[in-house]
Write a protein that binds this ligand. Structure first.
Ligand code: HMG
Ligand code: MG
Length: 305
């Protein structure tokens, strides 16, 4: 464990929102058996994660890796203390999620026109009309709605993405009734000052850090530096993925998420509460790596395993 040196200007406590079973497994070339997914999620909950995103109710032929969403959800303890959110793109996905009995969903918008087309067969405007009835109906059913915004720091087709465009998209999703925005660096191109500038721009638009989560991918090795920059701006929810699994099959060049273990190591050293048992995490990622037939990308897992 790192020596703890507390910086009082940083938050005292952080929530890690684990996305390995969803963002991680959606990007694997092999299809993981439902039983293995169930054990993965149960091990993550046992390791102390406060939220574990379980799967997606998207079109099964768009993401065949998660086509077993109903079967998986039926095997999970939805009444447990840890929310197990699922991705939902449209009303058809919501119907499936409600029938499965979930209490937390996440919609996922794009900050760019091209990715709205590639990922959702939609546009910047029509994605919002697709989400609107999803949010209204979900909230009416007492279901919490998180909203992702993708391509917030750069887009593989469009290049730079104006901060104002990201904030406008995020603002629309919150106005619809989403409880939290997760700011996605889908292809991992963000750098630290850009992260700070985006958080400040949300603040100027009336969106405080309490409504924001950061979702970093580590394609260019910047995820942890970006997380530290976000911490310094007061962010207290971070998405991360066991072992650094992850990526989006519809985002060119996207690789794994910020690894949960790497984040936990940094937070521990900073004396920031996170509630996660690092040894249990490492054991889980090593076990999952064996199921997938590959070494975890996380530097901390490799150092400790
Ligand atoms: P579409 O082909 O335009 O769908 O796909 P449609 O509305 O035209 O419907 C066509 C058929 O699909 C219909 O069936 C629908 O019922 C059915 P038919 O009447 O022909 O028999 N259908 C569905 N079936 C099951 N579940 C559904 C569903 N929806 C329609 N939910 C759609 C549009 C949005 C469905 C498609 O584009 C899709 O599923 N996209 C999901 C892509 C995805 O999952 N990407 C990865 C997640 S996003 C991500 O990773 C980024 C993130 O991590 C943040 C970051 O890193 O930035 C979140
Ligand atoms: Mg992602």
């Amino acid at each position: 464990m790192p020596m703890v040196v507390r910086d009082e200007s940083l938050p005292a406590e952080v929530t890690i929102y684990e996305v390995g079973p969803r963002d991680g497994l959606q990007n694997e070339s092999s299809i993981v058996p439902t039983e293995v997914k169930r054990e993965f999620i149960e091990r993550l909950v046992a390791a102390g994660l406060k939220t574990v995103e379980a799967t997606s109710f998207v079109h099964p032929s768009w993401v065949p890796q998660l086509a077993d969403a109903e079967d998986l959800i039926a095997q999970l303890d939805l009444a447990g203390s840890v929310p197990l959110p699922v991705l939902v793109p449209n009303e058809r996905g919501l119907d499936r999620a409600l029938a499965a009995g979930v209490s937390h969903i996440a919609i996922f918008a794009s900050a760019t026109e091209t990715f709205a087309n590639k990922n959702l067969n939609s546009t910047l405007d029509t994605q919002l009309s697709m989400f609107e009835p999803v949010v209204t109906r979900a909230r009416g059913a007492g279901v919490d709605v998180r909203a992702y915004v993708s391509m917030c720091f750069g887009d593989p087709w469009e290049g730079e993405v104006p901060i104002s465009q990201v904030v406008a998209t995020g603002r629309r999703l919150l106005d619809m009734g989403a409880s939290q925005l997760s700011i996605g660096d889908t292809i991992g191109v963000a750098t630290a000052a850009h992260v700070g500038a985006l958080i400040d721009a949300f603040g100027d638009a009336g969106v405080g850090v309490d409504r924001l989560a950061m979702h970093f991918h580590d394609t260019y090795g910047q995820a942890l530096a970006n997380a530290f920059a976000a911490l310094r701006h007061g962010i207290t929810t971070f998405d991360a993925s066991a072992g650094g699994l992850g990526g989006c099959p519809y985002a060119e060049s996207a690789t794994g998420n910020l690894a949960t273990e790497d984040l936990v190591w940094m937070l521990t050293g900073l004396g920031i509460e996170h509630g996660v048992d690092l040894n249990a995490m490492v054991a889980t990622s090593v076990w999952m790596g064996k199921q997938l037939g590959k070494e975890p990308a996380s530097a901390v897992v490799r150092a400790l395993a």
